[in-house]
Design a protein around this ligand. Structure first.
Ligand SMILES: [Fe+2]
Length: 342
């Protein structure tokens, strides 16, 4: 536990430095317009900035982003409680949304927004909604491993034959969301056993991109990442992925987990109407088009907006069926810490 806490401090500091280094006009609260909508943002910053700019242009409502990662901002919201300045919370993955939901800090999402989002991409509670989705994939280097030798299941990677032969980024919220799907589908004992195998076998990298680069460079034959890092690189010069291919586990395997990025309005929001308006914008046609047509390569989930043509359709991935509210982030951190992965 002590180790987990120490880790949590590092990203917070990094974000502070980043903000003070890059933010125009200062990032202190004194500089913020009282009328501005405050978004605690753990989605990719470029994407949310695009959303914010388009929303401001359409409505005249100013948006201020506080950037951080999923669990850092989720924990911050829980700690701040009613005193938080946050109006909206956006994440990359569901577990941090569940954390805030369980703390009773969300206001119900407006009906008009929920109607835009098919049921499988939002929690049954209606406390928040999906705004994007991403698929777990296995990236592999065909020079090092044939298609026939690929694991049939993500769960196989705990077995001894995979020692030193797969890469992942356990410290990142993206990977931790995948572990939350392992926990949800395999139960606590199954997840613990898998994580122990992972601690034995996996080569740890800093993030998804570094994992993909390692596979590309032949350091390890396979890696577990989210799909969009690969497609973005392919769409550019394929410098970090040119020697690799993607394998989709399908078959409702935990390795076929589709993670839902969430958006929610805080119960104590100072600007509740504008916050609901922003969420409706994200789930609406324009917000989903910005996601679907831009550089992001994540999947739109609402308003019938299609994903990029290069991507296999979301409903063809045969992902395990999981209520995103059920994903247990704190338990995942505990189990990963226990296994020595954090
Ligand atoms: Fe990501």
């Amino acid at each position: 536990m002590r180790q987990a806490l120490r880790r949590a401090v590092v990203p917070a500091l990094a974000v502070t430095l980043l903000l003070s280094g890059c933010a125009a006009g200062g990032s202190g609260d004194a500089a913020i317009d009282e009328d501005a909508l405050v978004v605690y943002n753990a989605q990719h910053e470029e994407l949310t900035q695009e959303w914010a700019d388009a929303f401001t242009e359409e409505t005249g409502i100013e948006v201020v982003l506080r950037n951080g990662d999923d669990s850092e901002l989720g924990n911050q919201l829980v700690q701040e409680g009613a005193a938080s300045k946050a109006d909206v919370f956006l994440t990359e993955n569901s577990p941090a949304m569940s954390l805030v939901e369980e703390s009773g800090l969300f206001a119900p999402v407006g009906e008009e927004t929920l109607e835009l989002v098919p049921e499988q991409y939002r929690p049954t509670s209606g406390a928040w909604t999906g705004i994007a989705a991403r698929s777990t994939v296995l990236v592999y280097n065909p020079e090092l491993i044939s298609e026939a030798e690929l694991p049939a299941s993500l769960m196989d990677l705990r077995n001894p034959e995979w020692k030193g032969r797969w890469g992942a980024a356990p410290a990142k919220a993206d990977f931790q969301a995948i572990v939350s799907a392992v926990l949800e589908t395999q139960g606590e004992d199954g997840a613990r056993a898998w994580l122990e195998g992972m601690a034995e076998n996996a080569v740890e990298y800093r993030n998804n991109i570094v994992t993909m680069k390692a596979v590309n460079a032949g350091e390890v034959p396979v890696g577990i990442i989210y799909h969009y890092y690969w497609y973005r690189d392919q769409d550019a010069a394929a410098e970090d992925s040119g020697n690799t291919k993607l394998h989709y586990f399908g078959d409702q395997d935990p390795g076929a987990f589709v993670s839902v990025s969430g958006g929610g309005v805080l119960k104590n929001a100072k600007h509740p109407d504008e916050a609901q308006q922003f969420l409706a914008f994200l789930a609406g046609e324009e917000g989903q088009r910005i996601l679907g047509e831009g550089y992001s390569f994540e999947y739109p989930v609402a308003s019938g907006v299609p994903a990029k043509a290069e991507l296999p359709p979301l409903d063809s991935l045969d992902a395990p069926v999981i209520d995103p509210s059920s994903l247990n982030g704190p338990k995942v951190i505990e189990l990963m810490t226990e296994a020595g992965l954090l």
